[in-house]
Design a binder for this molecule. Structure first.
Ligand code: FAD
Ligand code: FES
Length: 296
């Protein structure tokens, strides 16, 4: 049963180009929310926009009751959200959806070993809370974080605080590896060594043998390439998908998405809000040409 919580804004700060981090007091969502789940937020105290907007749980602290969201300003809703000030309230439904699989929690279960988290743009949002939770569970994840330029690397501060090493890739080479985050994944120039917690000098590393499990979130095209990489190596993984949403709870069919045919040749449809947003990498029919411009 989805919860409805009146979250109170603590801060709302521009952390990168067109990108904001909002800190909220929302004790129920903070204690119930799992990595990969999302909140469906009524972003303004006005009747417009009428529909709620979905945002991944970027970080959460059950002890203080705080929840953080990372969002890019795209249109009406996120534009109004950027105007929220400390003390304002935001009605949030959540936590919603199926989150990422954590080691030891479910079956099939990613090993505690070398999982790699591949995030592009604001697609890094659910991977930050995931990285923190994996480290807490005793795993050794590595985060690969791609953006156009260093001005877009909004999550660097919060990532360094998760305890997971991370490496940045920028298209213009202004920070970290020059190229896409998938180029970085394929380059093997990253390491799971716990000593390397920041995107400094990259070195070819024997530790960077193919990962045991891949989690990804970002633009559709990026996830399509990650899925092809995983398939070629037989590596299991999960992807967090995006869709325009209306109800957010599986009632309106607004977020239906085609999955790959099953072993019996049947083509299935999934509701991203309720059956996802996280799906096994090998179940998703990605649109390598781009599809929805998800979380660029
Ligand atoms: C499960 C889930 C988690 C998400 N998590 C985050 C997050 O952590 N941070 C974040 O910045 N965004 C996230 N998004 C996307 C976010 O919900 C949209 O950017 C937001 O709803 C846009 O609202 P708006 O009113 O500003 O834009 P609108 O005025 O509604 O639209 C502006 C433009 O953005 C496009 N657009 C809007 N929503 C989407 C969408 N879902 N997919 C593709 N294109 C869209 C529209 O087609 C239009 O071109 C998530 C989406 C989903 C489904
Ligand atoms: S948004 Fe209504 S079914 Fe998913």
């Amino acid at each position: 049963m989805p919860l409805d919580e009146r979250a109170v804004v603590i801060s709302n700060t521009c952390v990168a180009r067109d990108t904001y981090e909002i800190e909220l007091l929302a004790p129920v969502i903070a204690s119930e929310g799992k990595p990969g789940q999302f909140v469906h937020a009524h972003v303004a105290p006005t009747s417009a926009p009428l529909l709620r907007r979905p945002f991944s749980i970027y970080d959460a602290d059950p002890l203080s009751g705080k929840v953080w969201l990372l969002y890019r300003v795209r249109g009406l809703g996120t534009g109004m959200m950027a105007c929220l000030r400390p003390g304002d309230e935001m009605d949030m439904m959540g936590p919603l959806g199926r989150g990422f699989t954590l080691p030891g929690c479910e079956h099939p279960c990613p090993a505690l070993g070398a999982s790699v988290l591949v995030g592009g743009g604001v697609g890094i949002a659910p991977l930050v809370y995931l990285a923190r939770s994996l480290v807490k569970a005793g795993a050794s994840p590595v985060v690969l974080y791609g953006a156009s330029s260093q001005e877009d690397l909004a999550a660097r501060g919060r990532l360094s605080d998760t305890g997971a090493p991370y490496h940045a890739a920028t298209l213009d080479g202004s920070a970290g590896f020059r190229g896409t985050v998938v180029d970085l994944l394929e380059s093997r120039m990253w390491s799971a060594s716990p000593r390397r917690k920041s995107p400094g000098r990259l070195e070819r590393s024997a530790a960077a043998s193919p990962p045991s499990f891949i989690y990804t979130c970002g633009p559709e095209q990026m996830m399509a390439t990650v899925a092809a990489y995983a398939q070629a190596r037989g590596t299991p993984g999960e992807a967090s998908l995006e869709a325009h949403m209306a109800c957010g709870v599986g009632a309106c069919l607004g977020c239906a998405r085609k999955l790959k045919p099953s072993a019996h040749g049947e083509i299935g449809y999934a509701k991203i809000c309720r059956d996802g947003p996280v799906f096994p990498l090998d179940a998703v029919e990605f649109d390598a040409a781009g599809g929805e411009e998800a979380r660029p």
